[in-house]
Design a protein around this ligand. Sequence first.
Ligand code: SAH
Length: 270
Amino acid sequence: MKFEIVTIFPDFFRGPLDYGIVRRARETGLIEVSLQDLRNFTTDKHRTVDDRPFGGGEGMVLKPEPLFKCVESLGVADREERLSGRANETVILLSPQGRMFTQALARELASLERVVMICGRYEGVDERVAEALADREVSIGEYVLSGGELGAAIIVDTVTRLLPGALGNEASAQQESFTAGVKAGTEGPDSTCASGGLLDYPHYTRPAEFRGMAVPELLIGGNHEQIRKWRRRKALEKTLRNRPDLLDRETLSEADRKLLAELVTQKEKP
Ligand code: SAH
């Protein structure tokens, strides 16, 4: 899979993509990341990428010409082909005005062969880029960053670890927070505890007791069915506490609903 990142700060990516799973995926050729320095696509001697906003106002805006030239130089499929899904590629504009980046969108992107990402800076990007060059605007969260680079790095990281072969243990990606629609397996606790769209359950490792804090006894016991139930309960509990909105969109089993009702009653007790 290929990621192409359009930026005025290509050096920014030294570091974020050089560790762990992403580094290994690059080394083994599972992914390729190419950095495009936007200034190479300017024509004036000052290599100008920005200009003042029409209509007045604060700050500078990234000009359309270098961005169009840069993305077109990459040889991406026509925008119509991309939008219709006939081409296995997409061009993303990072923007706080975009659709929210979620695990579901990461999964969608992981099925593509090529993802081009345009990183804005300053006050933003000439709107014609969103209208006619990018296929979609994507936001990494409800806050304003000073540039799209961190967002692009986050997308590379999240998508890469979903690619088959990126993680040491394939099963673990199935069980994490936000991973919906995964059926419970029968091969012991590791694969029976699919997160099913909830937040992940708590994890513990050695030592069994640390500064007086003991690991839940049940996890040490090795009764897989009990462990599975406990993990589900804990996942529900944490989701209820930190992200109740996730419970609304998740289809819960009868057992889950019962557990949840118990948890809610417990919470309401003084
Ligand atoms: N004036 C704009 C913010 C510009 S921030 C507004 O109010 O919407 C400069 C650039 O940072 C943006 O063009 C975008 O590429 C990037 N950026 C900022 N916040 C972001 C976010 N939450 N998600 C993705 N990209 C973001």
